[in-house]
Design a protein around this ligand. Sequence first.
Ligand SMILES: N[C@@H](CCC(=O)N[C@@H](CS)C(=O)NCC(=O)O)C(=O)O
Length: 195
Amino acid sequence: MKLYSFSLTPNNRKVEAFIRHYDLPVEIHSMPFKDKENQTPAYRAINPLGKAPALVDGDFKLWESNAILTYLATVFPETHALPTDPQGRADVDRWLHWQSFHFTHAVIAHKDNPEKAAKDIQPHLDLLEGQLEGREFLCGELSVADFAIVPYAIARLGKNVDYSGHPNVVAWFDRVTHLKGFVATDPSLSLPASA
Ligand SMILES: N[C@@H](CCC(=O)N[C@@H](CS)C(=O)NCC(=O)O)C(=O)O
């Protein structure tokens, strides 16, 4: 299996962190932005949108970071990062969809109108705060949901968000960023893996 990745952006870091946390046998191919490999016909044959990350497993080509996370967690069940009971699975899926639509947009909005964005994100932070009450990780046990969400919060844009009124959220960020996969993909501590 081979992951094509930009390494440092949240959508890419979430998958790289997952692979490196569990030492999965997936080759990580880093694509420096300046090389524009994502715009080549060869890469567009993998992801016609030219976006990263993308995973290739034999003839199977998969794009969308959260789909890649759930695929890896399914192919490597020893990660125990994706519940197999219907309700547990739906709970994790719920947070993945919430991240890719609500959370990401609420974080990105800080770029254009920080004051409005700071208000608009509050219900989402309250939601996280309540969910994390009494839980170490978002869905109880460590799951792909933690890998999907935290990279947005700790990315450059996420740092514009004031999390200080949400202590459970702050403690969760701290817990997740100290996981092996996040330490290994910390741009300030390590070089991204490349192939
Ligand atoms: N929803 C997609 C988003 C993928 C995406 O937008 N990737 C960005 C990096 S985070 C990208 O490839 N940008 C390069 C470009 O648009 O040329 C996912 O979660 O994988």
